[in-house]
Structure formats: structure tokens, C-alpha cells
Design a protein around this ligand. Structure first.
Ligand SMILES: Nc1ncnc2c1ncn2[C@@H]1O[C@H](COP(=O)(O)OP(=O)(O)OP(=O)(O)O)[C@@H](O)[C@H]1O
Ligand SMILES: [Mg+2]
Length: 184
């Protein structure tokens, strides 16, 4: 099973969504000079107590009853180890959770980035009440997307309209492309 980084990140975002967050920040920093890709997923959801937090990075914890093994967090942690990176998770009950993960950018085992626009489209689609902040950075450029801004601009129309969702996906992918080409 080989998943790209966007799919891996979507697992973390889904956890944030299921934790009743109203705001989720997703930040990706791709640095050539540091040979590093950094991911941050920050939410203001229900958080985890110390016991859960300790267990969360081992692959045997899940709050689901249908499946015995929770994979999202443990998988991401494993990936960072495999790709010579770092992993940190901090959480506070009723306050939120933040995960910071890095991988070596040109490591043999580092998966491809995948489709970040699609990842954001799926996230927004999962719960239209949540506000998402998406940041993509290179050494030189920064692209920022806020779902709240879109909702304000399209007043009266739902962000779940297929045309709007597709626009979001394209807009984000284009923004990332321009940032990479240093043309933002
Ligand atoms: N952002 C978060 N906020 C609050 N609790 C979290 C968060 N992320 C993970 N958790 C807790 O950690 C558990 C493990 O998460 P993980 O993604 O590894 O497994 P899962 O979501 O239960 O199952 P799976 O992702 O495999 O469907 C979750 O069930 C949840 O209780
Ligand atoms: Mg999960």
C-alpha cells in the first residue's frame, strides 16, 4: 500500500474533522534549501487526554468499534521515521491538537506529494461548517487559501456546490504551481 502525502494528510485532517473542530489549519512547507517537507495540521477540536495521546502513535488505538486498528496518526509517524524526518503531536482536552511532521524531501522512501487541491476539496466537502486555512510555502513563496473567504464571496451559494468545489480544487493547485514557479 503506497499512498501519497496528500492522502496521508487527509487522514490527519479527517481526525480533526471528527474531533468536532470548527477551525483547521493545514500548512505545508517545501524547502529545497533544507531538503525538508514540513506538515502542520492544527485544530481547535476536542483534543485528547494524556493517556490517549500516549497511545495515539501506536497502531492499536482507535475510537472506532468497527475496526480494531487506528492507522492515521501511527502511519504518519512511521512514515516520518522511515523518511529521516521528525514527528510531534500536542493536544489539550477541549482545546485542540497540533501535529508537526517532517520528512526529508529527496529521501528514497518519501512519497510523492499527490493532489493537495483534491485533498482540500475532500476536507471542505466533509463538513461545510468548518473553516479551513491552507498554506503552501516554498523557500521563496507562500500561497494561502481560506475557505471562509470563499464562503463570504459566494454568499447565498453553498460551498458544497460541485462547481464551487471544483473551482476550489483548481484554484489551490494553481496557487501551488505558481508558488513553485515563484510567480505568486
Ligand atoms: N485531531 C484529533 N483530535 C482529537 N482526537 C484525535 C485526533 N487525532 C486522533 N485522535 C484520536 O486518536 C485516535 C486514533 O486516531 P487514528 O487516526 O490513528 O485512528 P482512527 O481515526 O480511530 O481510525 P482510522 O484513522 O484508521 O480510521 C482517534 O480515534 C481519536 O480518538
Ligand atoms: Mg483517523
Amino acid at each position: 500500500m503506497m499512498e501519497d502525502l496528500a492522502m496521508q494528510l487527509l487522514e490527519l485532517i479527517m481526525n480533526s474533522i471528527h474531533a468536532d473542530s470548527s477551525f483547521i489549519e493545514i500548512s505545508i512547507k517545501e524547502s529545497v534549501s533544507r531538503n525538508e517537507i514540513q506538515f502542520i495540521v492544527r485544530d481547535n477540536g476536542k483534543g485528547m487526554d494524556d493517556e490517549t495521546l500516549k497511545k495515539v502513535t501506536s497502531p492499536f488505538l482507535t475510537s472506532r468499534t468497527t475496526r480494531k486498528v487506528g492507522l492515521g496518526v501511527a502511519f504518519m509517524k512511521g512514515l516520518t521515521e522511515q523518511c529521516n524526518g521528525t514527528f510531534s503531536i500536542k493536544s489539550k482536552v477541549n482545546s485542540g491538537t497540533v501535529i508537526v511532521a517532517t520528512v526529508e524531501r529527496n529521501h528514497w522512501d518519501t512519497p510523492t506529494m499527490g493532489n493537495l487541491g483534491e485533498m482540500m476539496m475532500c476536507s471542505i466537502q466533509a463538513n461545510e461548517k468548518i473553516d479551513f486555512l491552507f498554506i503552501y510555502q516554498t523557500d521563496l513563496q507562500k500561497f494561502v487559501f481560506e475557505s471562509k473567504e470563499v464562503k463570504e464571496k459566494i454568499e447565498g451559494v453553498s460551498i458544497l456546490e460541485p462547481d464551487i468545489l471544483l473551482w476550489v480544487k483548481e484554484y489551490i493547485n494553481q496557487g501551488i504551481q505558481l508558488a513553485k514557479e515563484n510567480r505568486v
